[in-house]
Design a protein around this ligand. Structure first.
Ligand code: UD2
Length: 309
């Protein structure tokens, strides 16, 4: 059994990873400031150590790294929304870039042993450049603070492998949905907001014409791929898209949800959101070549999500 550090481990994706590892009997240390995450997302276990703290406290994190000697580190903690980063670029940079750089530097300087470190990057790095689906060699154009910080950390993570031999891997996630996604912020994932509107008879604020395209990927698919990549030496020093490769417009998704729930969504149509990407879907060939696939299709995933709610 191994010891894992998960930053942002009380959030939507981090807690799903943590609970999967705890079910395997692994030891998991979670550092989360609970700005978006919730302790209740984490299953109770003697193997879980929860620390409510910000990853921007470098001294705290460095002491933790020195004391615990983690086998695996998962850098999940982030200001998790593009729109949020436009509102708060300074805080975004401190969390999404500086906090992660501090961890890499401390591991390097102190020569701390490590089996693998995985960074959660984002499809946002591709920006609004023409040409979809995006593969890992597609040009990038990070157009928001969120995307710039995801891209710079991704490069650092890969460079620390190439230059210093640190075992690392980075994944670019597309739009993730499923149980535990917190719908309470205006910056939450759109599917959690839509289902919250349906459940509470609220009007959905739709930004733009609803023809924006996304690759919605179910959270357990993402977690299974992440945990497999951590163990795959072929993925060391690599950037890998995690997505289904299937695309859907917001309008199509709303129709599927209305069919599943039998409710009609009330909508207010507003202008497009600043920094929004029109067409975002990925080519998962590299992931698939590693024997991994995000296999839950949108209808099945939305049905599972609705049953969970
Ligand atoms: C998602 C991720 C982000 C990043 C990016 C990569 C979330 C919350 N964000 O951003 O972290 O990885 O993908 O490209 O998963 N929308 C509405 N009404 C709402 C909320 C959203 O119309 O109340 C629209 C929004 O303008 C966008 C689409 O729905 O066109 C998806 O929005 P989102 O916030 O779920 O995700 P996105 O793609 O901006």
């Amino acid at each position: 059994m191994a010891k894992y550090l998960i930053t942002g481990g009380a959030g939507f994706i981090g807690s799903t990873i943590a609970n999967t590892l705890l079910a395997q009997g692994q030891t998991v240390v979670v550092v989360d400031d609970l700005s978006m995450g919730q302790v209740q997302n984490l299953n109770q276990s003697d193997q879980l150590h929860f620390l409510k703290h910000s990853i921007t406290d470098h001294d705290f994190i460095n002491d933790l790294l020195d004391q615990e000697k983690f086998d695996y580190i998962l850098l999940v903690g982030a200001v998790a929304s593009v729109a949020d980063s436009i509102a708060e670029p300074g805080r975004t940079h401190a969390v999404n870039a500086e906090a992660n750089f501090n961890i890499l530097e401390h591991l390097r300087k102190e020569k701390l042993p490590l089996k693998n470190l995985l960074f959660i990057s984002s499809a946002a790095v591709y920006g609004n450049l023409a040409g979809v689906p995006k593969n890992e060699l597609s040009p990038v154009e990070p157009a928001t603070q969120y995307a710039v910080d995801k891209y710079s950390t991704e490069r650092n993570v890969i460079n620390y492998h190439n230059l210093y031999g640190m075992p690392t891997v980075a994944v670019r996630l597309f739009n993730i949905y499923g149980p535990k996604q917190n719908p309470k912020s205006p910056y939450s994932g759109v599917l959690s907001i839509i289902t919250d509107c349906l459940m509470n008879d609220k009007s959905f604020k739709q930004f733009g014409d609803g023809e924006q395209v996304r690759d919605f990927t179910y959270v357990t698919d993402v977690v299974n791929c992440i945990l497999a990549l951590l163990e795959d030496s072929r993925a060391l020093g690599e950037v890998v898209n995690i997505g289904t490769g299937q695309k859907a417009t917001l309008n199509e998704v709303i129709t599927i949800i209305e069919d599943i729930t039998g409710h009609k969504l009330k909508k207010d149509v507003l202008p497009e959101r600043k920094g929004d990407i029109k067409y975002s879907y990925g080519d998962p060939s590299k992931l698939n070549d590693l024997g991994l696939v995000a296999k839950v299709d949108l209808k099945t995933g939305l049905r599972k999500y609705w049953e969970y709610l």
